[in-house]
Design a protein around this ligand. Structure first.
Ligand code: 2P0
Length: 340
């Protein structure tokens, strides 16, 4: 019997992945860029045991058994890892042995907090460790076939998922832009607006957007390539102001496309929009962009902020959105006037 346990953190996109050109291989229509959180933060933890005595492959997610053999994405990841093990000549354990997978998320599953990214990254990384195959760009193509955004969680720091041009998908890989040490004072604060399962899952939502949005191709062809370059330059220069503006614009454009989808995908709610206004008011009051919001396929706000600005931000959040909803000025439309 062999067993491995690994953790993989969530990544939060700055330039969003939204739309596939190949549903089967999970090939995106545009590049995306994200930041991976640290391994002691929002994480999936997965233990995989392989044994000669197991009769079938099985999987448990947060303690509940979930179908394995019926899940084409899990099967594809397992088959791809087996293929890489054969290519690498690794004979650490026999490929015929069945596996049991136990995975836990330490945060709400499917609430737009990138749970599938951490989950599939962790599954594929654990399989790679189990079968003794290297963690490299090729492995990211396997995680991609579990869940697109998962390929970005195999690396730390800032990561770019290249859409690639080949039909085979072998050039649709994630690569690290810079490690987390490059911008160590970069932090992410998540304001959990709602931790319930989202209405329209990302897979279905982006499928509908590709079919019905008239804006999505313009974004993929004309907007994202330039934005990715500008964002990477801002990261390399530690230019938070530019980083923030690009991040916020890209979140807004992604949600504009979600709304341009028919029927529309409505992920942000009233509180999310209040947070957007709060961030713009805060930045205006401060004289430059000290906070960047970004929203995934859910109402929760992810706020990028440098460490030195966290106390000001927390103070302002508590003032604008006190725990007592009755006195939440911001929700009642009263703008932030000063921070005294
Ligand atoms: C992202 N999202 O770049 C974007 C922003 C949600 C909004 O990647 O169908 O769960 O498994 O490839 O990876 C969510 O999409 O979708 C996502 P599939 P996935 O983070």
């Amino acid at each position: 019997m062999f067993s491995v346990t690994c953790v993989a953190p969530v990544n939060i996109a700055l330039i969003k992945y939204w739309g596939k050109r190949n549903e089967d291989l999970i090939l995106p229509i545009n590049d995306s860029v994200s930041m991976t959180l640290r391994t002691d933060e929002l994480c999936a933890e997965t233990t995989i045991t392989a044994s000669e005595s197991f009769y079938s492959n099985k999987m448990w997610l947060n303690g509940e058994e979930v179908p394995f053999e019926e899940n084409t994405r899990i099967l594809r990841c397992l088959n791809e890892v087996h293929r890489l093990a054969i290519c690498a000549g690794s004979q650490k354990i026999p490929l015929s042995w069945k596996i049991h997978v136990k995975s836990f998320n330490n945060f709400p599953t499917a609430a737009g907090l990138a749970s599938s990214a951490a989950g599939y990254a962790c599954l594929v990384y654990s399989l790679a460790c189990l079968y003794g195959i290297p963690v490299n760009d090729q492995l990211t193509t396997v995680a991609r076939q579990g869940s697109g955004s998962a390929c970005r969680s195999l690396y730390g720091g800032f990561v770019q998922w290249h859409r690639g041009n080949l039909d085979s998908g072998c050039d649709s890989v994630a690569k690290q832009v810079v490690s987390s040490k490059f911008w160590p004072n970069m932090h992410l604060i998540i304001l959990v607006v709602n931790d319930q399962r989202k209405n329209t899952g990302s897979t279905l939502g982006m499928q509908r957007s590709v079919q019905t949005s008239q804006l999505i191709q313009h974004r993929a062809d004309k907007v994202v390539p330039e934005r990715v370059n500008q964002l990477k330059t801002a990261i390399h220069k530690h230019d938070f102001d530019t980083f923030a503006k690009i991040t916020m614009k890209d979140s807004n454009q992604f949600h504009a496309i979600a709304m341009d989808t028919y029927p529309p995908c409505v992920y942000m709610n009233e509180t999310s929009h209040s947070i957007v206004s709060f961030v713009h008011d805060f930045n205006e009051l401060m004289g430059s962009s000290l906070i960047a919001y970004t929203f995934d396929a859910g109402p929760n706000a992810c706020l990028y902020v440098l460490e030195e600005n966290i106390p000001k931000l927390i103070y302002a959040i508590n003032k604008a959105f006190p725990n007592d909803e009755e006195s939440a000025d911001y929700l009642r439309g009263i703008p932030l006037s000063n921070l005294d």
